[in-house]
Design a protein around this ligand. Structure first.
Ligand code: RFL
Ligand code: PHB
Length: 392
């Protein structure tokens, strides 16, 4: 067994862990990231695509924004469609802000590539990661690598290990602090090197269910459709999905849907989840480790970034000035923003999907809300300001 010491042991090398690691290193704070997967696996995961200003500003502050500047696509509006009727939400006019389409995959690659120069150590393929004594003054983590057990003593443990990681499970919390809602459907996604059918994102509520036309670049498209939770990838040969996308977007998009071989296809279940105990002694949770939103509002990655903005501030205050107030307030500050993003993602999910349990009345409610939205600058502004991201 080996033993070493660092100031902050970060579990998980997804966006939350990588951003936190860089923000701490930028202030000269020692930290170490332990990641269960291989580097290739982490860099290959296809997930989010829409970044709020708050997230892009963090990358700019770190000076890890060359890829973002070169390839990020500035989006000044997006569209919500009801059947054949498209409502454009002009986010630039309504909020003075914009969002940037830049893949989580690319963002993760940029953060990993910048790590060695900034002395940010990432241990990939760390097995059996375990948390010890988080509620004591001498917390530590351990992991195995190449058959050797390593122990890392630290002052703080940051649990950035996603929804299935060990950090949340290390926290005893009563059921009154856990909030969950599962949806009876998932999103079937496809990524392909074909030009997008529309210059802006289209979220569509159609008779055949929800669909989203998104993109990664002018030559790479990302599409999703709503599928019942019972369906498997094997039920969806590529052509069946393209047929479906063609049907849904032909009446809405500027150009026909272009088909191409799938670079990736996957089904993601939809869930809303909040674990309100984000601090336990010297263990702090950030990102998907503490909360999940359905992807409809494009909030998951951005919430991971805002958690980390709060947590890095708190840790910098603690290590630089011995000020514990940021650590004390972390949970309250983070949850205030998390719950608003949970509300937005839930309400947009309810507005844009077909729920199997819904009847004619609920459908009329969706139609009335979309009709109201189409004619109401006030409601468009409310949607736009949530979409670009609420202030920290
Ligand atoms: P991650 O990305 O899950 O990273 C956690 C990391 O922890 C590692 N890990 C462990 N490491 C060590 N030991 C263990 N025992 C470990 N167990 C796990 C994992 O390997 C992983 O590397 O969480 P993080 O960093 O909190 O980031 C959260 C985001 O990834 C997530 O919220 C977004 O992808 C959600 N999301 C979207 N968010 C947006 O802001 N905008 C979007 O447009 C958007 N679209 C999406 C999405 C998520 C999707 N899926 C697949 C769930 C679209 C989809 C389809
Ligand atoms: C994506 O491009 O992957 C994407 C875009 C918007 C969302 C969710 C996912 O709301």
């Amino acid at each position: 067994m080996t033993t070493r010491r660092t100031q902050v042991a970060i579990i998980g090398g997804g966006p939350a862990g990588l951003l936190l690691g860089h923000l701490l290193r930028a202030e000269g704070i020692d930290c170490l990231i332990v990641e269960r997967q291989t580097r290739a696996h982490v860099e290959g995961r296809i997930r989010a695509g829409v970044l709020e200003t708050l997230t892009t500003e963090l990358l700019e502050r770190l000076g890890i924004d060359a890829g973002l500047k070169a390839h990020g696509m500035r989006e000044e509006g997006f569209n919500l469609a009801d059947g054949e009727h498209v409502i454009r939400i002009d986010i630039a006019r309504l909020t003075g802000k914009h969002v940037v389409v830049y893949g989580q995959t690319e963002l993760t690659r940029d953060l990993i590539a910048a790590a060695p120069d900034r002395q940010l150590e990432i241990v990939f393929e760390a097995g059996e990661v375990a948390i010890h004594d988080p509620d004591s003054d001498t917390p530590s983590i351990s992991y195995t690598k190449d058959g050797i057990v390593h122990r890392v003593d630290c002052a703080i443990i940051a649990g950035c290990d996603g929804f299935h990681g060990p950090s949340r499970k290390a926290i005893p919390a009563g059921p009154e602090r856990v909030f969950e809602r599962e949806y009876p459907f998932g999103w079937l996604g496809i990524l392909a090197d074909v030009p997008p059918c529309h210059p802006e994102l289209i979220y569509s509520n159609s008779e055949r269910g929800f669909a989203l036309a998104s993109m990664r670049s002018p030559t790479r498209s990302r599409y999703y459709i709503q599928v019942p939770s019972s369906e498997r990838l094997g039920d969806w040969p590529e052509d069946r999905l393209w047929d479906e996308l063609e049907r849904r977007f032909a009446p809405l998009a500027e150009r026909p849907v272009t088909r191409g071989p799938a670079l990736e296809m996957s089904i993601a279940p939809l869930r809303s989840y909040v674990f309100e105990t984000m601090r336990y002694g010297r263990l702090f949770l950030a990102g998907d480790a503490a909360h999940i939103v359905p992807p409809t509002g494009a909030k998951g990655l951005n919430l991971a970034a805002s958690d980390v903005a709060y947590l890095s501030d708190a840790l910098i205050g603690y290590f630089k000035r011995g000020d514990e107030s940021g650590l004390r307030d972390y949970e309250t500050r983070a949850l205030a923003r998390i719950w608003k993003a949970e509300r937005f993602s839930w309400s947009l999910t309810k507005l844009m999907h077909r729920f199997p349990e819904d009847g004619a009345f609920e459908r009329r409610m969706q139609q009335a809300e979309l009709d109201y939205l189409a004619g109401s600058p006030a409601m468009q502004t409310a949607i736009a300001e949530n979409y670009v991201g609420l202030p920290l």
